[in-house]
Design a protein around this ligand. Structure first.
Ligand SMILES: [Zn+2]
Length: 99
């Protein structure tokens, strides 16, 4: 009787492993190079990403953190626009610059 149970367990594990492998293979082809599927898809996902992350990444002069120009707190300062990660950094820069 024990042998039959072992067989069932073996079969079950084999099924799980096979399913995982199939999923991995599917995932590989999905994340693989898009040139194989680009003929059928309307818009490549890279274009969407570019529009979503439009703008530059600049350095916050106060804390040195990199911030997106679209999400940053910007300050026009002597003809140039400075970008800060937070209102706090902006105020700190303004105070130190005017002092
Ligand atoms: Zn900052």
């Amino acid at each position: 009787m024990g042998r039959i149970l072992d067989l069932i367990v073996d079969l079950a594990t084999a099924l799980i492993v096979a399913r995982m492998l199939a999923g991995a293979v599917k995932g590989f082809f999905r994340s693989g190079p898009s040139r194989f599927t680009s003929h059928t898809t309307a818009a490549p996902p890279r274009e969407e990403q570019r529009t979503a992350t439009a703008g530059e990444t600049v350095r916050d002069p106060v804390c040195g953190m990199f911030v997106s120009t679209e999400l940053s707190h910007s300050l026009r300062w002597h003809g140039t626009v400075l970008h800060f990660c937070s209102e706090e950094c902006l105020e700190r820069y303004r105070k130190s610059a005017s002092a």
